[in-house]
Design a protein. Structure first.
Lengths: 332, 452
């Protein structure tokens, strides 16, 4: 099936979603996704950041779709034409969604462990306005320990339901879900029962924000000061193959996570033993340094440049532009 | 005197019992449909009648039925949406309380037309008396051989169940209703697939409003063409309107679509005018989710033609100067009502009822409610008005289900039509908490907009 996204055509399998077709093309035209997770069936459609405009339904029925559609849950039709970053309507709607996502988010990035690898932070940086128009109290919750290794900080949650789907599909039974409705809704185990399962730690990895954090790593270090290294071990759990990323600070392994792809989705889920208990270099076979995208703040500590990236620009054109901008902004 | 099809025998004593209902010609449509008609012929008849969904969206019922997928070996379901919870709408509750057998009769005929052998009536949890009434009615019908195995010796089996909901507005949305019926959290599903392909338990399902299903009975009795003669244009048949607010005679009225709004509001046969000799200020024509209109725009369209109670005429002028028939929850406001307070009240409702699944609705409804609360209590800013319009635009159309639109429309339309009242709440904040804005110019004759 042929689909055209922002003027770029690609042939995809029938049943592919627009988002996955865009990911096959890659680059700037990939809509952001906060709730969709390709490894979790049924996820997506909730956060509305991946809205796109379908300007031509299909070859057979060329009518455009009346409303913006969630690209993560809309399958492509033959001859479909989709506008993402070329449509002002989509950009406007996405800006609105980002604003909505941020109004009840505490924006406590300076003290949040997720900062530096946070999907919402990246999204807000790309699409959000510098200031919010929201002038009321944000909703707050108490921190809850779910199990001895995971902490839930609902205040930061954007209710993407990813952890619920993870618990549903990766672990053998689910004991947490959503309570209440509307903007009072919260992820909870209801009676604060411990999430006690071999794969429960994966909810930390799927969380796009800092709502579910690893208690063995909390407040240990900023992500961009650690060095990610790919490693594996011969895990004896039948469902875990032990392929992980180790996050080093000096000689210490500060935490272990699953390996994530460019869209922040884990490649393979790992078991709790690998994640929480194996924190010595001797437990692992090191494969090599992990590639970090150069737009990511984590690359500030990239292996090729052990010193911080230069703040001062040497490009004369940029220097001139910066000067102009500085003058314009300080004129009053 | 308009024709009554649904409420014809409403004043007969004991019409809620099987014997009286049967004596008054009840269950004739079941006999006719099951013995003389094929399922396809019934669907065709409903198509011919031009019946449009009475739950709010106004989608043609016959068309909806014909979209139902019919794969072999998979059961099909008919679900009656009796989760009526829109503020201002109470017609289904009235129908179920006083003439429950009409709904049962409609359910049997509709189920037969769709080939469903198990059908559900999903009733809102707060309507406990109605649930009992329906269960009693079902038992009576079963006793008389109109439900169960081999109905009237025709070999058609049908089981009818009443399922109480948990009392959430969102469960009136058809996919959320199906989730709730399956025993899950009532979150709307992401469409496609539509319920006609994969609905209840993944099987093809039709979800219809109580009144739509009840309207099938006169259609089968009199024939679709006869039904289509009532009404105006594409708005055929009769519609139950639940009139509330500052009216002399609030209540449920059955009108022929195409009745003029003025007649409905002021004639003694219907609402009888505004109570206590006051003047009309504004009208919400179809339940809280439709745009509110000031008195002058409600009685006349922007082209100075009299506005009629029909799907087309009420939406004449689009969102700029029109509204929608919706579910028929007619609310009239007299000159002493405060539109800001009313808008806040609606926003508060939608904030409370948002399911919290998709972000624009979850966060936006709460935001609008807080801003409106501030405006109403005299702490507003002039910029709040534009903020509200902008937020409502960001919600509208970007959500999974229509609840986002339903929350955005009343706010956007109230600001569009009553902007000076909102501004007065900001500029005269101290006065605004002690007295209301009054009628102002909202009932003045319309000035024709200059062509641009």
């Amino acid at each position: 099936m042929k689909v055209t996204i922002d003027g770029i055509s690609i042939d995809v399998e029938p049943g592919t979603t627009i988002l996955n077709a865009a990911r096959q093309i890659g680059g700037d035209i990939v809509p952001p996704a906060m709730c969709y997770y390709s490894k979790l069936a049924g996820s997506g459609g909730k956060c509305r950041t991946c809205l796109v405009k379908v300007s031509k339904g299909s070859e057979k029925d060329p009518r455009p779709m009346p409303k913006l559609v969630a690209s993560c849950r809309t399958t492509v039709m033959d001859g479909m034409e989709v506008q993402n970053i070329t449509s002002p309507e989509v950009i406007e709607a996405r800006k609105g969604v980002v604003e909505m996502l941020l109004i009840n988010h505490p924006l406590d990035c300076p003290i949040c462990d997720q900062a530096g690898e946070c999907d919402l932070q990246n999204l807000g940086f790309e699409h959000g306005a510098a200031k919010t128009r929201y002038e009321f109290d944000r909703r707050t919750f108490h921190k809850i320990d779910i199990g001895d290794k995971i902490q839930l900080h609902m205040t930061r949650c954007i209710l993407c339901y990813r952890c619920v789907f993870t618990a549903d599909q990766i672990t053998d039974h689910r004991i947490h879900g959503i309570l209440n409705r509307g903007d009072h809704s919260e992820i909870s185990t209801y009676i604060q029962a411990a999430v006690d399962n071999d794969f429960s730690g994966n909810v930390i990895d799927v969380c796009p924000v800092g709502a579910l954090t690893d208690k063995t790593f909390r407040f240990k270090n900023r992500v961009w000061f650690t060095k990610p290294v790919e490693a594996h071990r011969d895990c004896d759990h039948e469902k875990c193959n032990g392929k992980v990323t180790l996050w080093y600070k000096g000689d210490d392994v500060l935490r272990v996570t699953a390996r994530k792809d460019v869209y922040g989705e884990v490649e393979e889920f790992i078991c709790n033993t690998c994640r929480f208990d194996k924190k010595k270099t001797s437990d692992w076979v090191i494969e090599g340094p992990r590639k970090v995208a150069n737009w990511s703040v984590q690359s500030a500590n990239h292996y090729e440049t052990l010193h911080p990236l230069p703040v001062l620009q040497t490009n004369p054109v940029l220097i001139e532009a910066n000067k102009e901008q500085f003058e314009r902004e300080t004129r009053l | 005197m308009g024709r009554k099809l649904l409420l014809e025998h409403i004043n007969v004593p004991g019409i809620n019992t099987f014997e009286v209902y049967r004596k008054k010609g009840g269950y004739a449509s079941v006999e006719k449909a099951l013995k003389t008609l094929t399922p396809d012929a019934i669907v065709e008849e409903v198509k011919k009648s031009g019946l449009r969904g009475r739950g709010g969206a106004g989608f043609p019922t016959g068309m909806k039925w014909s979209f139902l997928a019919k794969p072999e070996g998979v059961p099909r379901y008919l679900v009656c949406n009796a989760d009526e919870s829109e503020p201002g709408t109470f017609k289904d509750r009235y129908l179920m309380t006083h003439i429950p057998h009409l709904l049962i009769e409609g359910m049997i005929v509709s189920s037969f037309a769709l080939g469903a052998h198990t059908s559900y009536i999903y009733v809102r949890g707060e309507m406990m008396p109605q649930i009992r009434i329906l269960e009693k009615a079902i038992a009576e019908a079963k006793n008389a051989g109109f439900l169960g195995k081999n109905i009237l010796g025709t070999g058609y089996d049908l089981e009818l169940y009443v399922q109480p909901g948990g009392g959430a507005y969102i469960c009136g949305e058809e996919t959320a209703l199906l989730e709730s019926l399956e025993g899950k959290r009532g979150n709307p599903r992401i469409k496609p697939p539509f319920p006609a392909i994969a609905g209840l338990y993944g099987c093809p399902t039709v979800v219809n409003n109580v009144e739509s299903i009840a309207a099938v009975v006169p259609i089968i009795n009199d024939g679709g063409e006869e039904y289509a003669k009532i009404g105006l244009g594409r708005s055929t048949g009769t519609k139950l309107i639940s009139a509330g607010g500052n009216l002399k005679k609030p209540g449920v009225y059955e009108i022929e679509l195409g009745l003029s709004c003025e007649e409905f509001l002021y004639s003694d046969e219907y609402c009888g005018g505004i109570a206590n000799g006051k003047r009309l200020k504004a009208v919400v024509a179809g339940g809280s989710s439709v745009p509110i209109l000031p008195a002058n725009l409600f009685l006349k369209t922007i082209n100075n033609e009299p506005r009629l109670m029909s799907y087309e005429s009420l939406s004449d002028g689009g969102f700029a100067t029109g509204t929608m028939l919706g579910s028929g929850g007619f609310i009239a406001f007299d000159e002493d009502q405060c539109i800001v307070r009313n808008t806040w009240n609606f926003a508060r409702f939608y904030h409370h009822e948002s399911c919290g699944q998709c972000s624009p609705c979850r966060e936006g409804t709460g935001w609008m409610e807080k801003v409106l609360h501030r405006l109403e209590n005299g702490h507003g800013k002039v910029s709040d008005l534009d903020l509200l319009v902008d937020v409502s635009k960001k919600i509208e159309g970007n959500t999974i289900c229509p609840l986002g639109d339903a929350a955005a429309w009343p706010v956007a339309s109230a600001i569009r039509h009553f902007r000076d009242e909102f501004e007065w709440h900001v500029t005269n904040a101290a006065e605004a908490v002690t007295r209301n804005f009054g009628l102002a110019h909202y009932a003045d004759p319309l000035v024709k907009a200059e062509a641009v």
